[in-house]
Write a protein that binds this ligand. Structure first.
Ligand code: UD1
Ligand code: MG
Length: 474
């Protein structure tokens, strides 16, 4: 889009965020699965404007790491003397842009479409400033819009400077503005740090423009949630809530069933196929991709993983950085650690932990196992309680189990180890040497039964004098 090449974007992201009481700068805090400032960047980039400048200060390098990959230029504001001061610091970087859209780095719900409409309104309205506003039931914490009739604005009054009468005002300044730069700089030059923080408030430039007889307009956002800023932990929680709701709504529109949606947390990059059912209290995180007709049951957490079609994840599984192919069944209570691959129709049962392991097609690890650094072929059965002993305190060693292998219950497979195709391992074995194909590996103490031993023992015990039990003191 070349239409708005005379418009630059300025994102204010230098503040500390004192009200969060945190060692992390405010715009680095996450909501909706991303740092606040990244959301603002992502809303800005599709506008295709002249340039995007980000004012950085607190933890500048970390903020730069987020915004620079999106093509933003950064300007350092050090120290931070307020939102108006941040504008002045960025003036040179904005170059000769005729218009500038200003966005606070702490209001991450704003959408590209809303910004596009703001630019259009500003250009059409021939104003020197156009402000996005919202009408809130509880406007506390925000600067308020003082109108002078119609769309025209007289001033923005910061909360701490509201008179008793102005307490009634419930239209808030979102801090998203479009300015005509030629009119902005002279107005800002007049602004004095007349407040208890001794800061230069950008909001005071609005009053200064109005006093000069310039036209300032305000546009009420259709969805007031888009305008919400994050100054406190409670603000972060409510913004996160909105992001999550939007993501779930998008998935449901795409044909995903979500039960008790408000309990389900899905990160923004997650993809889910049609007719998949997500049960209550599920988390789908990172770059997870889930196929069609799957069921992810209650309490499961899937992180950066790929699930094929028709996979069933029984309740309370944790699947991380792994791949699960179609029609596999997982859990309940399975833990799949990174770099694992469960192939089609395999079955991972309850209380099974996989780490960096492959389970072949149709193979089963149904109960109570630890399988680490292991490759299991197709159609093998790993008995209950089987443990791969992959670590000697210094190094990790691999285990390879072929196709159609049967490992008896409660076996310990001491790696490095190979069990050939079609082999059996007898239950309760501690296997330390390779088992060739089609062989039986058995490694356990031989059983002897001693006839009558138990009844004799009982008779002996019955004739023993019972010891005097010590009385407990009260
Ligand atoms: C600001 C507005 C208020 C508006 C609210 C909307 C001012 C004076 N007030 O208040 O009218 O209702 O946003 O959310 O502008 N920043 C800098 N450098 C600074 C100070 C701040 O880059 O010196 C950045 C912050 O990192 C933040 C943004 O500017 O991303 C807004 O600053 P913040 O302190 O959150 O302002 P609010 O008190 O929310
Ligand atoms: Mg704020």
């Amino acid at each position: 889009m070349t239409k708005n090449k005379d418009v630059a974007i300025l994102i204010l992201a230098a503040g500390k965020g004192t009200r969060l009481k945190s060692s992390l700068a405010k715009v680095l805090h996450a909501a909706g699965g991303r740092p606040l400032v990244e959301h603002v960047m992502r809303a800005s980039v599709p506008l295709g404007l002249k340039k995007i400048v980000v004012v950085v200060g607190h933890q500048a390098e970390k903020v730069q790491e987020i915004v620079e990959p999106f093509g933003a230029e950064t300007v350092l504001q050090q120290p931070q003397h307020g939102t108006g001061h941040a504008m002045l610091v960025a003036r040179r970087a904005l170059g000769n842009a005729k218009f500038v859209v200003v966005l606070p780095g702490d209001a991450p719900l704003v959408r590209t479409e809303t910004l596009r409409a703001l630019i259009q309104k500003h250009k059409k309205g021939q104003a020197v400033a156009t402000i996005l506003t919202a009408v809130l039931a509880d406007p506390s914490g925000y600067g308020r819009i003082l109108r002078k009739g119609g769309d025209a604005v007289a001033a923005i009054i910061e909360e701490s400077q509201l008179t008793a009468e102005q307490q009634e005002l419930n239209e808030i300044n979102s801090s998203v503005y479009c300015f005509t730069t030629a009119k902005l700089w002279p107005a800002l030059a007049q602004v004095k740090p007349n407040n208890k923080h001794r800061e230069i408030y950008l909001t005071d430039a609005i009053g200064a423009m109005n006093a000069k007889g310039e036209s300032v307009l305000a546009e009420v956002a259709q969805d007031s949630r888009e305008m919400l800023g994050c100054n406190t932990r409670a603000d972060l929680a409510s913004v996160d809530h909105t992001f999550r709701e939007w993501k779930r709504d998008a998935l449901m529109r795409d044909g995903v069933t979500i039960q008790f949606p408000e309990t389900v947390l899905v990160d923004p990059d997650v993809i889910v196929g049609e007719d998949t059912v997500i049960e209550p209290c599920v988390q789908l995180l990172g770059k997870t991709k889930i196929g069609a007709r799957c069921v992810v049951k209650t309490g499961s957490v899937v992180h950066n993983s790929m699930l094929g079609d028709e996979v069933v994840v029984e309740p309370h599984c944790v699947i991380s950085e792994s791949r699960v192919d179609s029609e596999a069944v997982m859990g309940p209570f399975a833990r799949i650690r990174p770099d694992s691959h469960v192939k089609s129709r395999a079955r991972i049962g309850n209380f099974v932990e996989l780490k960096k392991s492959v389970v072949g097609e149709g193979s089963k690890v149904p109960h109570l196992s630890y399988i680490g650094d292991t490759k299991i072929g197709n159609k093998s059965n790993i008995g209950a309680g089987t443990i791969t002993c992959n670590y000697d305190g210094f190094h990790k060693y691999p285990t390879t189990i072929g196709n159609k292998v049967f490992i008896g219950s409660d076996s310990a497979l001491v790696a490095p180890l190979k069990v050939g195709d079609g082999a059996y391992v007898a239950a309760g074995s501690t296997i330390t040497e390779n088992v060739p194909a089609d062989a039986l590996g058995i490694a356990r103490g031989r059983q002897t039964n001693k006839p009558g031993w138990a009844s004799k023992k009982r008779r002996e015990l019955a004739t023993e004098k019972p010891k005097k039990s010590k009385k407990r003191r009260p």
